[in-house]
Design a protein around this ligand. Structure first.
Ligand code: MGD
Ligand code: MGD
Ligand code: SF4
Ligand code: MO
Length: 756
């Protein structure tokens, strides 16, 4: 019998926040259980965490680097060594740099995973501005809203842990489904559930009657995509009723008078007509939120996916500020990260994402910049040249400024350099990025590295993404499995799972870091960060990647704590010492030092300085003619409890819990359309259709449908694995985007439904 032992680690089957026990027999992982002593998760473990063992040993995992043989789509591969793979890749990239310029290489990544901090750093160090991802529909709108309102690249978090002795008296769940999903962006649902039990008032703003909504004091069933209108009306009511926190507003905000004037037209009756919520309910909810302190807003991804995602997030920041709920015990707080940990988060450290490694003039060559391909004036050239010269001196200064004065300074500089179409998006705008590759406009990107992402499934207009993938001369995909996207690769680099990885997990938790321990190794899967370091060595980028390997990087991160990784992993975690009301001594990191209800910086960048509402471009209200043919409002963003995005469809223990792609439909709507529970139906827009199985749900409006996101079928035939069959993104073509930050309206479009 091999030796049995338990190793403590940190799960990463989602963003990863739960501490777990990894049960070993010799070198073999046999089981995962929750860790009762965990400060973040208190023993919690979800179905995905438990399925980690299935993932680790899954027979379809790719365990060696592969080079494509034959034509794309033939699914013919040859196994090569890591040395060969990295040599080949380095050679290709060098050749492209030499022949065309570094910007002809691009890199795109998925949601935050351990490689994240390294991916942008790698792109910028190589010299390309063409770095893209999914942030425009995930987290970034909220992050930027705070940057321009309170000055830091850190979003306020509902004080569910209650380190100050109290948890929120009033909790608004605003477009968040965390209790169903398990964990979201560094917060574990168990903590949230415990805080909910203690709250006096619970308010849910959601088009669907979620589990929390069913027990809430108020459930506002908003029409999808209209949260911005509701938020403005709530500001209106709170100001009109004199329910603001006078003291906080006076001492710590600017622009209150302008705000008060601005929101006058946004009456509850106006909001009622936009959101389909009763006027009286809007008034009651606004008053309850303002009267019940401390109050917090547990906001979710729904805010990030509309045509006014940034503006709506701004309104929610303002609601928190005018009610004085900022950084107080039980309110919406800013975590204090553990002391002395370097690069604790790319958001807090200006250095880690590597923006400044990119020669400044290169920003102007990004494929989504208005100035891409235009030549610089003599004066501009001179400025940039001098800027480059003094960059080293300036660099330190810049890092200091952006860390002290916050995110705004950093954004403004980037904006100047890149002049992007979407002024608040620091990375290349994803839909524009894929369109650029498909059309060779403004120039033809030649090589692409797709790092942990499945854009054929997670991007709108996937048909165009597939055209772009065909256009590329050299594509590298780093992943755990062959996916529809990976089938376009010339080179496949196998990644390691979390059980094969040492790591300092800090995914946006900020108040603590957690140790993840490598417990075993299956095949040759390699940590993505090691791959980047090894490639950087071949490409002469060692200044940006001075570490021998990523273990050395982890040691470096901890260098000032007096521990190395080995010691830290024995401790398990390191927590920051929470402090509340930090603004009392430090003010806010905005140009004015206050919460900017009115933002001059935004005005200068051509963005509305006060929050506004925009109706979805395709909706019952904005396109009534179209609604005759496509009568249902579609939410195309149902994240699934048992899967992380497009992952996990291969894992039997998870797939059996959700074997088919689902759409929620009201039973009466089903009846009208001659549809029964469990039927396969087509959802269709002007752009395309996809197949789903119906699930009856009377907690949704009769005119609204809610479809799962992320589907492809690993069991179906390669190379397509039926990625078009039930891919909700096929219903989106060229789509209008939020003019401020570029997000698509994934929470609201129009469709029809009929039986297959
Ligand atoms: N199990 C699991 N966990 C995950 C993920 C996963 O794929 N699976 N993904 C992770 C990631 S990257 C993210 S971004 C988060 C997302 O997690 P959350 O931030 O919780 O967001 P969602 O679950 O997408 O949606 C939350 C709620 O928004 C509601 N909603 C839909 N449209 C609207 C609208 O227009 N207005 C309002 N107010 N509400 C609306 C939905 O009904 C749902 O209840 O989850 C993370 N955690
Ligand atoms: N219609 C619609 N579109 C959406 C959304 C929606 O709700 N509706 N949600 C959006 C949101 S919020 C997000 S965050 C994105 C998600 O987008 P992504 O984060 O790109 O998620 P996936 O599409 O699942 O692709 C992730 C791939 O990475 C692989 N992988 C997992 N771990 C690792 C690793 O450590 N290293 C490497 N190299 N590979 C790894 C997985 O096997 C998988 O193939 O989708 C967005 N797109
Ligand atoms: S919620 Fe996420 S981190 Fe926690 S057990 Fe589930 S998958 Fe793992
Ligand atoms: Mo996300």
């Amino acid at each position: 019998m091999p030796e049995q032992k338990i190793i403590k680690s940190t799960c990463r089957m989602c963003h990863g926040v739960c501490r777990v026990n990894v049960h070993m027999e010799g070198n073999r992982v046999v089981k995962i259980t929750g860790d009762k002593d965990s400060p973040t998760s208190r023993g919690y473990l979800c179905s995905k965490g438990a399925a980690s063992v299935d993932l680790l040993y899954h027979p379809d995992r790719i365990l060696h680097p592969l080079r494509r043989k034959g034509r794309r789509g033939e699914n013919q591969w040859e196994r090569i060594s890591w040395e060969e793979a990295l040599d080949e890749m380095a050679e290709k990239l060098q050749a492209i740099k030499r022949e065309s310029g570094p910007e002809y290489f691009a890199l795109t990544q998925g949601t935050s995973r351990p490689y994240s901090d390294f991916a942008s750093r790698f792109a910028y160090a190589f010299g390309t501005p063409n770095y893209s991802g999914i942030a425009h529909v995930c987290y970034l709108p909220r992050l930027m809203a705070n940057a321009f309102t309170m000055g830091t690249l850190q979003i306020p978090v509902a004080d569910m842990y209650g380190f100050g002795g109290v948890t929120p008296s009033c909790i608004i769940f605003w477009g968040s489904n965390i209790t169903e999903l398990g964990a979201v962006h560094g917060m574990c649902s168990k903590t949230v559930v415990q805080a909910l039990k203690k709250a006096q008032k619970i308010i849910v703003i959601d088009p669907r009657r979620t589990g929390v909504a069913a027990k809430a004091d108020y459930w506002l069933q908003v029409r999808p995509g209209t949260d911005g209108a509701l938020a403005l009306a709530m500001i209106h009511i709170i100001i009109r009723e004199g329910m603001i926190d006078q003291n906080f507003v006076k001492k710590h905000t600017t622009g209150f008078q302008a705000l008060a004037e601005h929101v006058k037209p946004f009456t509850p009756s106006w909001a009622a007509s936009v959101t389909n919520v009763f006027e009286q309910d809007i008034v009651s909810v606004a008053k309850t939120y303002a009267a019940c302190t401390p109050a917090s807003i547990q906001w979710g991804n729904a805010i990030d996916m509309s045509l006014c995602s940034f503006q709506t997030a701004r309104s929610l920041m303002i609601l928190r500020a005018i009610t004085g709920n900022i950084d107080i015990p039980g309110g919406d707080i800013f975590w204090v990260p553990p002391k002395n940990v370097k690069f604790k988060s790319p958001y807090l450290s200006a250095e880690m994402p590597g923006n400044l490694l990119l020669p400044l003039e290169k920003y102007r060559r990004s494929v989504d910049g208005k100035k891409a391909n235009t030549s610089l004036s003599l004066l501009e050239k001179l400025c940039l040249k001098n800027f480059e010269k003094i960059k080293n001196r300036y660099y330190t200064k810049f890092v200091q400024i952006s860390e002290k004065q916050g995110a705004v300074a950093r954004m403004k500089l980037l904006y100047k350099l890149k002049s992007p179409h979407y002024p608040l998006l620091p990375i290349v705008h994803p839909p524009t990025f894929w369109r650029s590759i498909a059309n060779g406009d403004p120039y033809q990107i030649r090589a692409l590295w797709i790092m942990g992402s499945n854009p054929l499934v997670n991007m709108t207009n996937p048909i165009m993404v597939s055209k772009a993938l065909e256009k590329l001369e050299y594509t590298v995909v780093s992943d755990l499995f062959m996916t529809p996207t990976a089938q376009y690769a010339d080179l496949f680099l196998p990644a390691s799972t979390w059980l094969e990885q040492d790591d300092i997990a800090n995914q946006l938790k900020l108040w603590c870091i957690l140790a993840r321990k490598k417990v075993t190794q299956v095949g040759e899967g390699r940590d993505d960060r090691d791959v980047m370091i090894q490639l950087a060595n071949r490409l002469g980028l060692t200044k940006a990647f001075p570490w021998k390997d990523y273990r050395a990087f982890l040691d470096d991160m901890l260098a000032n704590t007096g521990m190395d990784f080995q010691q830290f992993s024995q401790e398990g975690f390191l927590v920051g010492k929470m402090e509340y009301r930090k603004h009392k001594n430090n003010g806010f990191s905005t140009p004015s030092g206050k919460v900017e209800l009115y933002s001059k910086s935004l005005k200068k960048m051509g963005v509305s300085p006060l929050p506004v509402y925009r109706e979805p471009s395709v909706s019952i209200q904005s396109t009534p003619e179209l609604a005759k043919d496509f009568p249902y409002t579609l939410i195309a963003a149902w994240k699934i409890r048992h899967f992380f995005h497009s992952e996990g469809r291969q894992l039997p223990s998870l797939r059996k819990r959700n074997p088919d792609p689902l759409v929620e439909i009201h039973p009466r709507t089903a009846e009208t359309n001659n549809i029964h529970e469990g039927d396969w139906v087509w959802l269709e827009t002007r752009n395309g259709r996809a197949k789903f199985r119906t699930k009856y749900f009377d907690g949704i409006d009769e005119k609204v449908l809610n479809a799962q996101f992320g589907w492809w079928f690993p069991e179906d035939k390669a190379p397509e694995y039926s990625w078009k069959k039930s891919n909700i993104n096929v219903l989106f073509g060229e789509t209008e985007c939020d003019p401020d930050i570029g997000s698509e309206s994934l929470r609201s479009t129009l469709c029809r439904v009929y039986r297959v």
